[in-house]
Design a protein around this ligand. Sequence first.
Ligand code: MN
Length: 239
Amino acid sequence: MEPARWSVWDMPAALVPMNYIEHLQRAGAVAMMIPPDPALVDRPETVLDRLDGLLLVGGVDVDAACYGDEPHPESDPPIPLRDATELALVRAAVARGVPVLGICRGAQVINVAAGGTLSQHLPEELGTTEHRRAIGVFIGNEHEVEAEPGTRAFAAMGGPTGLVASHHHQAIDRVGDGLRVSARADGDGVAEAVEGTGPGWLLGVQWHPEADPDSGVIAALVDAARDGGGAGADREEGG
Ligand code: MN
């Protein structure tokens, strides 16, 4: 839900960058976009019944009110309907075992949905702009992350360390119920991945795998969706 310009038009749009979609399609998924919707806030199962997996894409900061905080002056103006829709979708997806991947804002949504909180402005806490040195680019904003062996983050990264595309000024602070931090930034230790401790496939990464054609993180969601949990798996079981 953003003001957008394309062709001769300049108007509000529900949009998803093509790089997310291309990652999903290359991994064998059919991508379907879910715009923010008041009906889904009340009944997220309406759409989850038809999905094998849920990808929460990046975007503006989550409204601090969603985790009981006052907004920091550097926080984005909130988009309450987007927050409410995504929080409802992720809670319902986790409850029914639909695999969920959150990217950047999406990782933060996963944490807030589980009762966690966010650090609202890392430059103030860290004294550096390491995680978003330049605005509006991924190249030039990379940093190293280190994942714990045996975690979904480790498996999705294909190893313990990686140079990742970064563009965030907020981060996971208090970790939500049923989640654990499974990757951290080198040096400052900022949480870079959270994942579910339960049986369901639930992963949030603070970095931007969609900006890296060689990343396997989005394909890991598609693999989990193919393996079961979602609507397609139910249909297969039904013959
Ligand atoms: Mn980072």
